[in-house]
Design a protein around this ligand. Structure first.
Ligand code: SAM
Length: 245
């Protein structure tokens, strides 16, 4: 009797990649940035995927209206709930991943930080809703978004820059996106809400031209410890000057 050998299933070595879906009325802002930064390389290496959704494609009228006057009066226009609903519904029906989060950018949201970036880097998909005008109909925050996020206590003109900021902070935490040594350094860091110590490079002494600068001291020096070659002391100095947030 000839025993047939059953071919063993090849273990998939597919790298995990993160998908970013961006909902915006200004797709061109992202196209430019994606083509000239570390994100471009990450995309080429298939570590991240990006898909920009033009909100105007989810409108019904010929003018592709995405905004309307606020109920109760007041200045400016408000982004309508229905095009955002249709766009997210379209994503949910076809392209949603098990570990995904829908993020609405608003200055009233939870303040973004490194800890949140780490949490997001464990996801498979982030869907960003970029507001414009005087903001977004509150029903988007209440019923569509998983989280409202702010990048700081100031008001910008739109959610596109916040989306790029969050994306970059998250993407660099994905294995392979930045250099290996840099990534390992992050992995061995005990605290995930850690921001690195100050860095210096050559020259060890820099002599500024006095008439242009408030020079005190007159030579801009690198801290002696960093030039000492004493690794223990250097580590201690770095720890002391790191920031835990
Ligand atoms: N009327 C709103 C207010 O005073 O809170 C400001 C709306 S702002 C002009 C338009 C959009 O920009 C917001 O809907 C939001 O998507 C985005 N945005 C502005 N500042 C932001 C911030 N600090 N963090 C996150 N998103 C912001």
């Amino acid at each position: 009797m000839v025993l047939k050998t059953i071919p063993q299933k090849k273990r998939s070595r597919k790298k995990k990649n993160m998908k970013f879906d961006i909902i915006t009325i200004f797709p061109e802002i992202f196209e430019f940035y994606f083509n000239c930064s570390i994100l471009k390389k990450a995309k080429e290496k298939k570590l991240i995927r990006t898909k920009i959704h033009n909100l105007r494609d989810f409108t019904d009228d010929s003018r592709k209206t995405v905004d309307d006057k606020p109920f109760g009066g007041g200045r400016g226009m408000v982004m309508k709930v229905d095009p955002i609903y249709k766009c997210v519904q379209f994503l949910k029906s076809k392209f949603i991943k098990p570990k995904s989060k829908i993020i609405l950018f608003t200055p009233r949201g939870k303040k973004f930080n490194q800890k949140i970036a780490y949490q997001f880097s464990k996801m498979e998909q982030l869907i960003f809703i970029c507001g414009r005008y005087e903001g977004v109909d509150e029903r988007v925050a209440k019923h569509i978004a998983d989280i409202e996020l702010s990048i700081g206590d100031y008001v910008l003109m739109g959610g596109e820059l916040p989306a790029l900021i969050v994306m970059e902070a998250v993407a660099r935490l994905i294995p392979g996106v930045i250099g290996k040594s840099e990534f390992l350094k992050q992995r061995i860091t005990k605290e995930k809400n850690f921001i690195e110590y100050p860095q210096y490079t050559r020259p060890p002494k820099f002599y500024p031209e006095e008439k242009f600068w408030r020079v005190n001291p007159k030579i801009w020096k690198v801290p002696k410890i960093l030039l000492s070659g004493d690794h223990k002391k250097i580590e201690a100095w770095r720890e002391k000057h790191s920031k835990i947030i």
